[in-house]
Design a protein around this ligand. Sequence first.
Ligand SMILES: [Zn+2]
Length: 290
Amino acid sequence: MTLGKKGTWAACTFVGFLIVAAGVALDRALGTRLAFTLAALAVATVYLGWSFGLAMPLLRTRVDRIRQPGSFSLTFDDGPDPRNTAEISELLALRDHRATFFVLGAAARRHPELVAKVHDDGHEIAVHGYDHRLLAFSLPSVVRRQVEETEAAVLAATGRPPVRLFRAPHGVRSPWLATTLKRRGYRLCGWDGRIFDTANPGIPTIVARVRHMLAAGAVILLHDGDGSGKGASRRQTVDALPAILDDAEARGLHSIRLSALLSTGEGSSVPPREPPRGRRRSASERETPA
Ligand SMILES: [Zn+2]
């Protein structure tokens, strides 16, 4: 059984409740007043924050990003989608920007020609899971299968495996997700801010929200598909892209592949323009420690 978004939130909240209840029970049994209750509250808060906090400033961890002026990363989740992906890929390449596409294995299997096109346009293919299931309670074996099947789909489409970056569907994690991915050489990736292009807030709003986030080292999350499988339109995202690129270029910013921004030393495609060489600084990032 796979839990949906609301089911996962409810189940995680229930786990948090159980943790607190255990603290209360311990205090009662041992006569320790509030000590275990408060400790359990802290554990439950960390657990819930960890589960849902991939884009939560509270849980920023410090990792190296290239903070060289001029580089940021556009990332696209939930594709490939025949309505949007090729258009996005072409527009970016035409304007000499490169992006990272976190694809779903199932969609990649349905549309290998789109994955190949994104790859041939010089962008990077990364993994967003096979079927967009939320992974809050998924066993390591399930996570591995989601990754392996997506790897196989990308390999079949492009002749190369995806870059070893993983973005969890809806950013929902289990306490063991990062470790499971790391064993396979993957890095769990977050993003900056909340653009919510999937809610179709209007093109000007998407452009304004991205503008607010644009800075050297920023990781921008947009969507070229609909992970829910309901086929919702991402037309606003596509139509917002030219103005987003205008804004970036006006600030002297170019989108580079996320693996380059995170300095993982990986790259599955023909290298795009290299990021300018320069000092690297520790920078805040919403992702788990690699
Ligand atoms: Zn997604």
